[in-house]
Write a protein that binds this ligand. Sequence first.
Ligand code: TXA
Ligand code: MG
Length: 328
Amino acid sequence: MSENAERPTRLVPATPDNIAAAARCLREGGLVAMPTETVYGLAALATSDAAAASIYAAKGRPSFNPLIAHFACGDDAAREAVLDDNAKLLAAAFWPGPLTIVAPAAPGCRVSLLARAGLDTLALRVPGHDIARALIEAVGAPLVAPSANRSGRVSPTTAAHVLADLDGRVDWILDAGASPHGLESTIVGCIDGEVTLLRPGAIVRESLEAVLGRPIAQAADNPTAPAAPGMLASHYAPRAAVRLNATEVRANEAALDFGGALAGFPAKARLDLSPSRDLAEAAAHLFAYLRELDASGAKTIAVASIPERGLGEGINDRLRRAAAPRVL
Ligand code: TXA
Ligand code: MG
């Protein structure tokens, strides 16, 4: 716990008693880091402008960047937004699970306008993690939750990552071990009968297309699609510079390898996302390994190339943002 902490932070196992205590804290407007199947989220009461304001302050997040509302079940989510046929199909196929649907907010939507950054759409998610849903149920109201990292930094996949970024800025951290997917939810816009991929993530494009029975457009291809304001070019940034598609490791570089492609080169530090070239394993390791290599003190992290298929689309999206010029 840090001295002069604005909020003394308690990191505790996600037991029923601790979930109940964290739920009470959330009802009173507090902040709780909760495990989800993708990454840890920084949760607050979705219906409260003051609670949403605390999230923006704790993360140092620009308030034009809206938050995802998390629900215990699809029926609760459907009350707050207008889900068209595409949204209903996708929700039935993937909820609970790592899919976020952006849809027009329902008239009388209870989610704080500040959390929605004033938009007339709402991002909805029903997490596939038992602890996250138990917490939402215990609160009895939806929770808004961005990833529990300082704005622009690498997303957290363990409770220790959350503590490293947010000690003194969050009331409770509920520890349920490492996040199984390690990559954030896939975000799709379902507006005016169009489906748009706003952020590639833990559910691969091919699975969405199989359910819809047709290809889906990338946000940039569709000028009428809602923007995902948080998809800033520089994001997920470690302190070190990031060099993509490396075919060798240069002096003083750390290596983020895939399938042993960089194994023959000496490196300041080295981790292999998946020696067997398994993209699910690579996604689960991505953020933790970026943090670990960053801690080696290397000035640059050289990253082996990763195939653009399946989960590779989301992994490469995060790596491109980690490598982008920093404008923080
Ligand atoms: O897996 C996840 O989705 C994690 C866990 C904690 O649930 N959450 C997460 O939240 O990644 P965050 O805030 O780090 O990313 C949410 C993204 C941002 O890029 C934001 O701009 C976008 O969702 N977003 C939120 N509401 C939106 C809306 N109404 N329209 C378009 N994009 C929206
Ligand atoms: Mg984030």
